[in-house]
Design a protein. Structure first.
Length: 322
């Protein structure tokens, strides 16, 4: 009797199940927010380029929600505390996972509060010297620094930022003593470098190109592990004398932890598709950024590798702040 009963019920069960789509099957059915930093910066520009392209191809609008300040904590907290449904996602730089290595406490956990979607882009720095420095390659610079410990200096803004960590990683891997000169802003740091008040720094491709052509600085190498389309023909730091050197500013995208896997998968597929489109690639290149587009597992591996590498440098330098 039970078998006959179940046989009669199966068509009804199938009909009822068909009336309710699988969770996330109709995603997105309402607008999606990309939460990021304050307007005008690299995080914001990247988020807007992605949002615009997704909106053009999705049935729903993708909007940018700027939550600046607090070193990224406001944007990070907004997504960490959001419903895990894929309608609130985060785009932020590697400050998100490097910051907790620098601060004693943070109001979010980059390991537990998010589901990785993709690395969106990378922006390598370029090691540059003032023309007065008697070195024309990374190897010559290392030799000079070893011959004159403490005589060379480099500038950077924002302690713990991309340029500062690029410099400290260089010092650690090369085994040299070069003095860090901190500035309150990137503009002041680079202006003093061009004036010869400091001898070396790291700059973006966009900030370096014009001055290199005019002979106001010497561009030695790019900080990405692989050659960069932003500076064709320029050697990497790894190839120029420091094997394994890599220090890159990334933008990555995250969903809230416990977001269903099928929604994360769709977000990954759609965002990677956008990042691989020629118009978005060109838009990012014009901003001095290279698009990426990775799987969540590749993104996780990159973040873990960077946290290990930079964590060692931060510990060596004793760089922590509240």
């Amino acid at each position: 009797m039970r078998i006959k009963y179940m046989a009669r019920m199966l068509p009804m069960i199938a009909m009822v199940a068909g009336a309710f789509p699988a969770h996330g099957q109709d995603y997105p059915s309402r607008p999606v927010r990309i939460v990021t930093a304050e307007p005008g910066g690299g995080n914001d520009l990247a988020a807007r380029a992605i949002a615009q392209s997704l909106t053009a191809s999705w049935p729903q609008q993708v909007i940018v929600d700027n939550r600046g300040g607090a070193g990224g904590a406001r944007a990070a907290q907004t997504v960490a505390q959001a419903s895990p449904d894929g309608y609130t996602v985060l785009l932020y730089s590697n400050t998100l996972w490097i910051g907790p290595l620098l601060r004693r406490t943070t109001p979010f956990d980059p390991d537990k509060d998010y589901a990785p979607i993709t690395l969106a882009d990378r922006a390598p720095n370029i090691l540059v010297l003032h023309p007065s420095v008697p070195a024309s390659s990374v190897k010559e610079l290392i030799a000079l620094a070893k011959a004159k410990p403490g005589a060379l200096n480099y500038s950077s803004a924002s302690p713990g930022g991309s340029v500062h960590l690029s410099g400290e990683l260089f010092k650690s891997m090369a085994g040299v003593n070069i003095v860090h000169v901190p500035y309150k802003g990137t503009g002041a740091s680079f202006i003093d470098f061009l004036a010869g008040h400091v001898q070396m720094t790291f700059g973006t491709a966009a900030s370096v190109a014009q001055h290199a052509k005019a002979g106001r600085l010497k561009a030695l190498a790019v900080t990405s592990l692989q050659p960069s389309a932003l500076v064709p023909g320029m050697p990497t730091m790894a190839a120029a004398g420091l094997p394994g050197y890599e220090s890159v500013a990334f933008h990555a995208m995250f969903a809230t932890a416990r977001t269903p896997a099928n929604i994360v998968r769709k977000l990954n597929q759609e965002i990677v598709r956008v990042l691989n489109s020629n118009d978005v690639k060109d838009k990012f290149l014009s901003m001095g950024i290279e698009t990426m587009g990775t799987s969540p597992s590749e993104m996780t591996a990159t973040i873990k590798s960077e946290m290990t590498r930079m964590g060692k440098v931060i510990k060596e330098v004793g760089l922590t702040y509240d």
